[in-house]
Write a protein that binds this ligand. Structure first.
Ligand SMILES: Cc1cc2nc3c(=O)[nH]c(=O)nc-3n(C[C@H](O)[C@H](O)[C@H](O)COP(=O)(O)OP(=O)(O)OC[C@H]3O[C@@H](n4cnc5c(N)ncnc54)[C@H](O)[C@@H]3O)c2cc1C
Length: 468
């Protein structure tokens, strides 16, 4: 009898035995996999290993630089060994940062440089988590935050990082001016009227045009928000999602495959007194789901029934605090991820199809699927350009095979006209991107102009831009 989450977690190897020993038809083993093998910490040239957060990308850069100011940065960009790749917190899943040339960190160029009215001028090496308290000193906040706040501002802007909220843009959508140092060491200040083409190209630019040292970004009043987290059936969550996006400041849902359940999360402004969030519960929830997968992955109906018995009565969680303390959470359990941004009218149909497909084909998957809304903006490489988008993000535990993301999930997203998150796994090439980004060629022209020798391009970016 399953009575406690602990029992499930302890029951780790069950399904592997059943699947193997009893000859059950699933091709995919659902027990725990071993730790992925780590690459050597030093390569043959004595260069030290760099890895991204999930461990799926790595490199042995010949040089690592952390310039202290724009003059040092300009010299580095002109003289350092190419490919030169800016890196923030290394939280992207795609091969944007890896280089055997120079890895350039902006960590030493951080903090708030000044204010222009309610717009803050922020150095891009600033981590989002550090920016919260700096803006709060002035009674201001970023209008929104992503799931976590470990990213650097430069890295977050570079891949069009977003949170959720029908009326709230991705972070780059609130940038009103930026300063770019190009690979030739030239400093360009750009906004909607001055160097406007550079502005539109650089707001989301994958670190391919040079290094953005600072941006001017809109802020909003640092209001308290009420956070609510609650479980319900997946059908009910699907039926009510549009209404919730229309009424809540921030709303997202997580479809939990193989459970028939969804987790809803809303945030709304309030003047109620602070009631800080309790300890992080992500790990315990995921451990329960992993235990269910390990124990009952061989039989979906049994797994669903057990999930209901175990999870459906989980009490709602509520908290009240300033937005910068609530909107991001900890994500201690590592994963690999694919996220596409879909026209909103297709979002829930695509989600339902992804859940059905995973439940049919991949009993090893247990991570919840994240579903968000983002308001439009007009940056040339913004996935949200041309209209609002609804994102669907599928995660795979870091020890698990994630080939299903490409084989099963990406074709669904593409059929529904999705655009990939630049920092998350996808297989689109230059031709395919050109078809879904009306200003793709304009971006490539600005890139050619600013970096004719391709000093910023690693093999991944060359492939993406069709330059190989
Ligand atoms: C646990 C986790 C949770 C996440 N949650 C979300 C989420 O809720 N929403 C979302 O949209 N994404 C999310 N992401 C993705 C993440 O926000 C992006 O991949 C983001 O780019 C990572 O920021 P970073 O500082 O690690 O940048 P990196 O991954 O280090 O770099 C990203 C890109 O930015 C470029 N870059 C960095 N600094 C500069 C600069 N100063 N000038 C020019 N280019 C620069 C780099 O060259 C690279 O191309 C998540 C990722 C993880 C691992």
């Amino acid at each position: 009898m399953i009575s406690r989450r602990g029992a499930l977690i302890a029951g780790g190897t069950g399904a592997a035995l059943v699947a193997g020993g009893a000859g059950v038809a699933y091709k995919v083993a659902t027990g725990d996999k071993p730790e992925p093998v780590s690459p050597p910490s030093v390569d043959g040239r004595g260069k030290v290993l760099w890895r991204n957060w999930s461990g799926v990308q790595h490199a042995y850069p010949a040089a690592r630089l952390a310039p202290k100011d724009e003059a040092e940065l300009a010299t580095a960009l002109k003289t350092a060994q190419a490919p030169i790749r800016p890196v923030g917190a290394g939280h992207s899943f795609t091969a944007l940062a890896p280089t055997d040339g120079t890895l350039l960190s902006l960590d030493a160029m951080s903090g708030v440089a000044g204010w222009e009215g309610d717009e803050a001028v922020v150095r891009t090496g600033t981590r989002l988590g550090a920016l919260g308290p700096l803006l709060a000193q002035k009674g201001r906040a970023l209008p929104n935050l992503p799931d976590i706040n470990k990213q650097s501002l430069g890295g977050a802007l570079g891949t069009a990082t977003h949170g959720t909220g029908t009326k709230i843009r991705a972070l780059h959508g609130d940038v009103t001016a930026l300063r770019l140092v190009t690979p030739s060491g030239k400093v360009i200040d750009a906004d909607e009227t001055k160097n406007a083409e550079v502005f539109q190209a650089a707001r989301v630019s994958l670190g391919a045009l040079g290094v953005i040292t600072q941006v001017r970004i809109k802020t909003s009043a640092n209001r308290r928000l009420r956070r609510r987290v609650w479980l319900e059936s997946f059908e009910e969550a699907l039926a009510k999602a549009e209404g919730r996006w229309a009424t809540h400041r921030n709303f997202e849902l997580y479809a939990v495959p193989f459970t028939g359940l969804a987790v809803n999360i809303s945030h709304d402004e309030t003047d109620d007194p602070a009631q800080p969030r309790g300890p992080e519960q992500d790990t315990q929830f995921l451990e329960a789901l992993r235990g269910l997968r390990n124990l009952l992955g061989f039989a979906t109906p049994l797994r669903k029934a057990a999930a209901h018995a175990l999870l459906a009565s989980t009490p709602p969680e509520t908290a009240v605090d300033e937005g910068w303390k609530l909107l991001s959470t900890e994500r201690p359990v590592r994963f690999n991820e694919m996220e596409f941004h879909l026209p909103v009218e297709h979002q829930l149909a695509a989600l339902a199809e992804v859940v059905r497909t995973i439940e049919k084909e991949r009993p090893d998957v247990f991570f919840p699927i994240e579903v968000r809304r983002i308001a439009p903006d007009d940056a040339w490489l913004s996935p949200f350009q041309g209209g609002p988008r609804g994102s669907v993000a599928v995660h795979a535990y870091y020890r698990d095979d994630f080939s299903f993301l490409y084989q099963l999930v990406e074709p669904i997203f593409r059929r529904y006209d999705g655009r990939p998150h630049w920092g998350k796994l996808h297989s689109l090439n230059g031709g395919q991107l050109e078809a879904i980004y009306p200003r793709w060629k304009d971006f490539l022209a600005v890139r050619r102009d600013l970096d004719p020798e391709g000093r910023m391009l690693n093999p991944y970016l060359k492939g993406l831009f069709g330059l190989t």
